[in-house]
Design a protein around this ligand. Sequence first.
Ligand SMILES: Cc1cc2nc3c(=O)[nH]c(=O)nc-3n(C[C@H](O)[C@H](O)[C@H](O)COP(=O)(O)OP(=O)(O)OC[C@H]3O[C@@H](n4cnc5c(N)ncnc54)[C@H](O)[C@@H]3O)c2cc1C
Length: 276
Amino acid sequence: MKPAPFDYMRPRDTSEAIAALAQGGGEAKLIAGGQSLGPMLNLRLARPKLLIDISGLEALRTMDEESEAWRLGAAVTHARIEDRRHDFRGCPLLPTVARDIAFRSVRNRGTVGGSMAHADPAADWPLALAALGATLLLQGPGGDRQIPADDFMAAAFTTALRDDEMIAAVRVPKFSPSARFGYFKFCRKVGEFPEASGAAVFDPETRIARVFVGALSGAPASLPGLARDVAERGSPAVTAEAVLAAVTAAAPTLSIIEQRMHAETVRRALRQILPT
Ligand SMILES: Cc1cc2nc3c(=O)[nH]c(=O)nc-3n(C[C@H](O)[C@H](O)[C@H](O)COP(=O)(O)OP(=O)(O)OC[C@H]3O[C@@H](n4cnc5c(N)ncnc54)[C@H](O)[C@@H]3O)c2cc1C
């Protein structure tokens, strides 16, 4: 199948992209890496009248280290994050997650902003950035706004983004050198979207502790009680029963088999943050 006809433009800067998006009145769509939108166009699940290609906009392609955070432009590809794996001081989880997304050919084009905007429940960035406490920086004709990554995804393929807004960047806070990070996903085949995924972050210096379960029917779910317990008690809190209870409470509509699969995935992520 071929896409329905559309016009295509490459804006000179983000202002031109936002203006075109606003003028499109819901009939215009941004395209970054095209790794999700491409198939949707081909299947005619998306039929925009205008595609606004932001992949070449320099302002969206920068990765900046700030004193307390990493600022990733929305059009930074997974591969660029993977390749700078030695650089991410204070946030080593970023390249760990990037390098396990799909295949290198997908990572060469797919972007962090595109992944967040597409909001596939099984995708890696919505889960990882929620666990890291990241913030999305949005730009629109009405001005800029910020939204925490764990509030951004409302449901499967649905976000807080307005029709005329774009993600400009993601700000990921840095953690102390003693912080520990856990990420585990269960994929049936290497490179496929996961069936279940879990992420855990614990910083003993700041006492920040977060545990999330992903690949649900909607947004990743936070497991704050379990996170607190793990931060306070360590290994004894990570029993199969406790993790299963937390996952079941957060995602009660999963089948029993899914609950066990997700719980085991979270448990493996948690094991990575426990001292050996
Ligand atoms: C075979 C295959 C396997 C994959 N496996 C995985 C996997 O295991 N894990 C995973 O996480 N992902 C996976 N993906 C998805 C991949 O990570 C894509 O990069 C991602 O889903 C979309 O990024 P993109 O830049 O290609 O966005 P596009 O396809 O260009 O756009 C996707 C959506 O986001 C919107 N958009 C893009 N950029 C912005 C922006 N800056 N602001 C607002 N809206 C924007 C577009 O309008 C569109 O609606 C896979 C993809 C393929 C093809």
